[in-house]
Design a protein around this ligand. Structure first.
Ligand code: GLY
Length: 409
């Protein structure tokens, strides 16, 4: 670690307001805190932003209402599926590719600063098909997206390269550059790295109220006191829409619940354990760096509860076992549910709120928060650094785009 990093790391701190912390820290929190930028939300997006700002030597406080990665980030499968996902938007496709590349570049740095292994694995993804016509239809439909390295495997190559796949599979598309991470580790690594670089990360901060005065952001009032700043970035995922209403802005966030399960293969079953992610049309099967295999995910628009249903898990496990029959013999570990923050036009709200100087948003990443975290962090740091959305090529993502459209209609 360089001398600069070591000396700056002494000022970075992780405060937990609900748990024991020293009276000196309590005193600091109870007094008025100030930073150039306050990030609201300690999911992977907020943590990536804090990391980028701190990397650029900027003063930043991140406040999280519960624990780092306690919301949607801890429910994710952690796929960096920039090639496999269908984005329906050229700007998102571009950002997804840039984000994966950036995250790969950052991995060593954030791991070294945080001491946390993010579990990055690049084994590639396969999209399998049962029938030749399904494979051809997919090829026709996605031909415009197949710009990165990819290989079509016929049945014999597939059986050779993925002996754990069902014999019913006719063939597959293999995308070798796809990768995945442990999502909670990633968020925590960003947060810890940000702290090491001087950011203050405070968990358990409730009742965040935006302080807007003279039509400009002045800071936030919170359960632990007032914080002043020049810029506030709302990176609160599902809660983002509610928070931003305090500034009179309507940025709808639509919940889409997802359920996911984890299994483990016995050591002697290695021949049956998938060693690549299977990205099929109704299920994905992700072998994780912690030895587990995660199987996801259901998609239930309008649902924001965290109940795991028998039906949901039954469907997932049945679909997964139809592609990887060995899953039937694997040990069932657990299942969980999360809620994806979607938006009416499918694009995240990334940018400055034009009507309220100093207020910024970075939420609504739907099912791609982990994938888009690195680039969102970089974009937000560049916006805070004075670049415009136009310069960064993200005008389409401007937070107030939907209300602008309403006025024009
Ligand atoms: N990232 C995949 C999902 O949300 O299901």
């Amino acid at each position: 670690m360089s001398e600069e990093v070591r000396s700056r790391s002494r000022s970075g701190s992780l405060y937990r307001t609900g748990t024991a912390y020293s009276s000196q820290i309590r005193g600091e929190i109870r007094g008025k805190l100030h930073a150039e930028t306050i990030v609201v939300g300690g999911g992977v997006i907020g943590c990536a932003i804090a990391y980028e700002l701190a990397s650029q030597g900027k003063e930043v406080i991140l406040v999280e209402r519960s624990r780092i990665a306690g919301g949607t980030s801890c429910a994710a499968a952690g796929m960096l599926a920039s090639d496999s996902e269908e984005f329906h938007s050229p700007v998102l496709t571009k950002l997804a590719h840039e984000s994966k590349a950036l995250l790969h570049q950052q991995t060593e740095h954030i791991s070294a600063l945080s001491g946390i292994d993010i579990g990055l694995q690049q084994h590639g993804f396969i999209t399998p098909f049962r029938q030749e016509n399904e494979m051809n239809n997919y090829r026709d439909k996605r031909s415009g997206d197949l710009t990165t390295e990819h290989v079509w495997w016929d049945r014999s190559i597939l059986q050779h390269r993925a002996p754990w796949i069902s014999e019913e599979a006719h063939g597959a598309l293999y995308r070798p550059s796809e990768s995945e991470v442990l999502p909670v580790n990633l968020a925590r690594a960003y947060a810890r790295a940000a702290q090491t670089l001087g950011a203050k990360v405070i968990e358990g901060v409730q009742n965040v109220r935006l302080n807007v005065d003279a039509n400009r952001v002045q800071g936030v009032d919170t359960s632990i006191g007032m914080m002043t700043c020049k810029h506030v970035i709302i990176a609160a995922g599902l809660q983002g829409g509610e928070l931003i209403k305090q500034a009179g802005l309507n940025l709808p966030v639509l919940p889409v619940k997802g359920e996911i399960a984890a299994v483990r293969f016995a050591d002697h079953d290695t021949g049956y354990r998938p060693d690549k992610t299977v990205y099929a049309d109704n299920v994905y099967i992700v072998p994780k760096a912690n030895g587990e295999v995660w199987i996801g995910a259901t998609s239930l628009p309008g649902r924001s509860d965290h109940i795991v249903t028998v039906k949901g898990i039954q469907q997932l496990l049945a679909s997964a076992a139809s592609w990887v029959p060995g899953i039937g013999q694997a040990q069932y570990l657990r299942a969980w549910a999360g809620v994806r923050p979607s938006t009416p036009d499918g694009l995240p709200y990334i940018g400055a709120c034009e009507s309220i100087p100093g207020l910024y948003t970075a939420f609504g990443h739907y099912r791609n928060g982990i994938l888009l975290s690195a680039i969102t962090g970089r974009l937000m740091a560049n916006l805070i650094g004075g670049h415009t959305s136009e310069e960064l090529g993200i005008e389409e993502l401007c937070p107030e785009r939907l209300s602008r459209k309403e006025i024009m209609q």
